[in-house]
Ligand binder design. Structure first.
Ligand code: DC
Length: 233
């Protein structure tokens, strides 16, 4: 039997989205990148001119906005559309502005519980590859396969820089991306509620020296091993 849900956690730009999307496609599962929800809340807060440091206002916003993830409506490199209160924010949630504010927003316990409740409801439908920071630890701790995908911060910054340049965005130098990533790592890992860490039963994969295909092959082998173990009498 295949795992009904696959949880993939890890730091920014460790390759979670690429792996998650490829596995979902291969298995015919839905792919859900939960980071877009925290990004959409952050985008909406900045749009409304809210003070990011004002926890109560941000939490109220998180509890009230409608975030939807839908099949890609444009052929511009997107994997899906992210719609926030009816507005297509797919690329708007990827700007350095949002990147700079998303970690503090996602550290607020009220924001996390609003998002995690929605994510859990979606995840429990099964046939799902869910990607984030706390999927294996908080959102779906019962997921039968949990992957924690890591890579050195320098390699992750290099990947993010390359991704930006490929999209025609040359505005942020590598050094700046590296510094911002270190800041985000520190906040994501040290927050009190649902910090970034592997679940006790997660399989940890370091992708620093691996290309995309090698990571996909590693996880595919894990799935096959799990399947054959479960099918043994
Ligand atoms: O994966 P990402 O870079 O799109 O995530 C954006 C931010 O949201 C990141 O700072 C960590 C946070 N996040 C989280 O706290 N929990 C999740 N399940 C997903 C993302």
């Amino acid at each position: 039997m295949r795992p009904t849900t696959i949880a993939i956690d890890g730091p920014a730009a460790s390759g979670k989205s690429t792996l998650g999307a490829a596995l979902a496609e291969h298995l015919g599962y839905l792919y859900f990148d939960t980071g877009v929800m925290y990004r959409a809340v952050t985008w909406a807060a900045l749009e409304r001119g809210l003070d990011i440091a004002a926890e109560a206002g941000i939490t109220r916003l998180a509890e009230s906005i409608q975030i939807d993830v839908e099949p890609a409506s444009k052929d511009d490199g997107r994997q899906y559309d992210v719609i926030c209160d009816g507005v297509d924010v797919t690329w708007a949630i990827r700007t350095p502005h949002v990147e700079a504010a998303v970690s503090p927003v996602s550290a607020y316990p009220g924001v996390r519980s609003a998002m995690a409740a929605q994510q859990r409801r979606i995840g429990l439908r099964g046939q799902m590859v869910m990607v984030g920071r706390d999927i294996g630890t908080v959102v779906l701790p019962e997921a039968p396969l949990k992957i924690y995908l890591d890579a050195s911060v320098e390699e992750r910054a290099r990947r993010r820089h390359l991704e930006n340049v490929t999209r025609g965005n040359h505005s942020q130098p590598y050094e700046e991306i590296l510094a911002a990533m270190k800041r985000r790592d520190a906040i994501d890992s040290s927050r009190v509620t649902a910090p970034l860490k592997p679940a006790p039963d997660a399989v940890i994969i370091d992708s620093t020296q691996l290309d995309v295909q090698q990571v996909i092959d590693t996880v595919s082998r894990l799935i096959n091993t799990q399947c054959s173990m479960k099918n043994k009498p």
